[in-house]
Design a protein around this ligand. Sequence first.
Ligand code: APR
Length: 309
Amino acid sequence: MSRNRISIVGAGNVGATCAHWAAAKELGDIVLVDVVEGVPQGKALDLMEAGPVEGFDCMLSGTNDYEDTVGSDVAVITAGIARKPGMSRDDLVSINVKIVQQAAAEIARYSPDAIIIVVTNPLDVMCSAALKASGFPSDRVFGMSGILDSARLRTFLALELGISFEDVTTLVLGGHGDHMVPLVRYTYAGGIPVEKLLPRDRLDALVQRTRLGGAEIVEYLKTGSAYYAPGAAVVQMLEAVLKDKRRLLPCAAYLRGQYGHRDVYAGVPTVIGAEGVERIIELDLTKEEQAAFDRSVASVRAVLDKLDL
Ligand code: APR
């Protein structure tokens, strides 16, 4: 049996961190692609040289040429520019859309059966760009958002409650922007609804911190945005696909009427397996939750409508 082949486009902070986690989990052989000459090659070699110490067997290579990605099972697109303080994810759109279109078209050319996981921001809009440019069916093009946003809320809740990160579960839906929709009603600590454990004002404060979680990191780093938690979130999706785990994870998926929206990407609960997005789970939302979801999708559409995809 041949090993899985993973291509990661963009060998910057997020791309290299994905490669790191994916290699540590021996998910497959990894090709890093970047426009900068030497960087993907150097990072891939450096990481491969950790193999004897960490005890993983993965081939890692770096390239500036998409031909070397041929036959990939999964491609992760992280190429583009990242946020600086004061920027929203939407401010990145005009530069990143061209980069993502090119990456998706090249992946489709050399790996026509691949699954594409989009990470570049603004995420939901970049998913649409990748879908069109690749010509792939929408179940094979989806984005990393909800796992990261949920992980941030899980972290804040676990710290507040003084319990293990593992024991908090939650669901963040909607677009991957400041209007995201953390669903407190679906948030549990060890099976107990968090509404029974924390007062409403504390929950509201943690929800707000989650919405601004990406910006909080940007303010600290100043020269770029988050990459450890985003990298880990991507690898959870990679593992779900490559091991056909059918994980139920919040991901940016193409909506065809679900949650009242059509022909747009937004974060929803999905079943992720070898075929990509195998199912979208529809939940009954309260009036307020649905209104918040609609607002979030409207903000995705506002950016999408300005582009000629
Ligand atoms: N093709 C391939 N790689 C490219 C291209 C291109 N056309 N244009 C830029 N890149 C590469 C850069 O050379 C750089 O190595 O993409 C990489 C981006 O890395 P970073 O600047 O470190 O940014 P990172 O933090 O990894 O974020 C990348 O992911 O989370 C999102 O908002 C974030 O959109 C951003 C993306």
